[in-house]
Design a protein around this ligand. Structure first.
Ligand SMILES: C[S@@+](CC[C@H](N)C(=O)[O-])C[C@H]1O[C@@H](n2cnc3c(N)ncnc32)[C@H](O)[C@@H]1O
Length: 313
């Protein structure tokens, strides 16, 4: 059996309201060190792709258990942070705890947590030293000043311009058009059902010249013992496995994301892929997946950094 019985059972149970038990799946962002590692890794890669200064308005799609990555952006010099999620996993208490821990990580100029601490975390860097060339002492002194921390603390509890949490976000109208300078996501785009709509929204929200940075994990998310086992299920069987969970995995391959970037006016600046040739062979996959090209068949993860070239509204 390619799909683990417990994953099938969880899908089936989700059809019965009294039996359905939604496992939160808000990711790892209740850990300040995880959020710090994710933000710093995106920042280093963004600078490799041409980012010169910390963007003014930073948004994150699918922040999960806390707004820690956005908080890290605010501590780095961003003026405004926005978290958009399909499910409201984060609460003020976790945000506040993550903020206090994060401030210490910045104050100590902590090195970026690496492979030993987060073996699965992407992107991988060549150098995990604190990126002092991006986060200048002068900026950090201002961002870590007591009055700035108090303002962030207050923003966690009160709705305001500094820190916004839109969860669940409904449609393109959730954010003003062309108001975002950087949008990032970590392990989210593989979960989004309405992928075409979400790319169109991102295109509407970003200013021309703004950047996006997405880490996308294509594997089966532990529902199979084969990393690409999700592609072995035909549509009827997949309906049972998917069930009625609020979100799951969308099974979209790497090329779909690249095409959606370009279609929505995003020019890829840096694309890094993780190749895995240990999966099920193509003939054991279900149509249409068995007909994918070799790149899609063997790409198990990616980092895509892009720049918005034109508006779509
Ligand atoms: C595996 S968690 C990752 C959370 C966090 N980014 C991390 O690194 O731990 C996937 C996240 O994607 C969110 N998500 C799923 N569909 C979404 C959508 N259409 N829009 C925004 N977020 C979505 C989920 O609610 C969840 O917070």
């Amino acid at each position: 059996m390619i799909i683990r019985p417990r994953s099938l059972l969880a899908g089936l149970r989700s059809y019965v309201p009294t039996l359905s038990h939604f496992r939160d799946m808000g990711g790892s962002t209740t850990s300040a060190r995880y959020c710090y590692a994710v933000w710093m890794r995106h920042l280093v890669k963004l600078s490799e792709a041409g980012l010169e200064k910390i963007p003014a308005t930073v948004a994150e799609l699918g922040p999960g258990g806390s707004l820690g990555i956005i908080i890290a952006a605010l501590l780095s010099g961003a003026e405004r942070g926005i978290g958009l999620d399909a499910v409201a996993h984060a609460d003020s208490e976790s945000n506040l705890r993550v903020l206090e821990e994060m401030v210490e990580l910045f104050r100590c100029r902590t090195s970026i947590p690496g492979h030993t601490e987060f073996p699965q975390l992407r992107p991988v860097l060549l150098d995990y030293a604190f990126p002092a060339h991006l986060l200048l002492d002068e900026t950090l002194t201002q961002c870590l000043a007591p009055e700035r921390i108090t303002a962030i603390r207050r923003a966690i509890y009160q709705k305001g311009n500094l820190l916004e949490y839109v969860a669940p976000w409904g449609n393109a109208g959730s954010i003003e058009p062309q108001s975002i300078d950087l949008l990032l996501s970590q392990a989210v785009l593989e979960h989004v059902d309405a992928l075409e709509t979400v790319y169109a929204c991102m295109s509407r929200w970003l200013r021309p010249g703004a950047l996006m940075s997405h880490v996308i994990d294509y594997p089966c998310h532990n529902i199979s013992s084969h990393w690409n086992g999700q592609w072995a299920c035909g549509p009827r069987y997949w309906k049972l496995v998917r069930g009625k969970r609020p979100f799951f995995i969308n099974r979209r391959p790497h090329s779909t994301h690249l095409q959606l970037h370009v279609f929505n006016g995003f020019k890829p600046l840096l694309v890094e892929v993780r190749v895995d040739e240990t999966g099920l062979p193509a003939h054991r996959l279900a149509p249409p997946y068995r007909y994918m090209d070799k790149t899609n068949l063997t790409t198990s993860g990616s980092l895509i950094i892009s720049q918005k070239t034109k508006g779509k509204d």
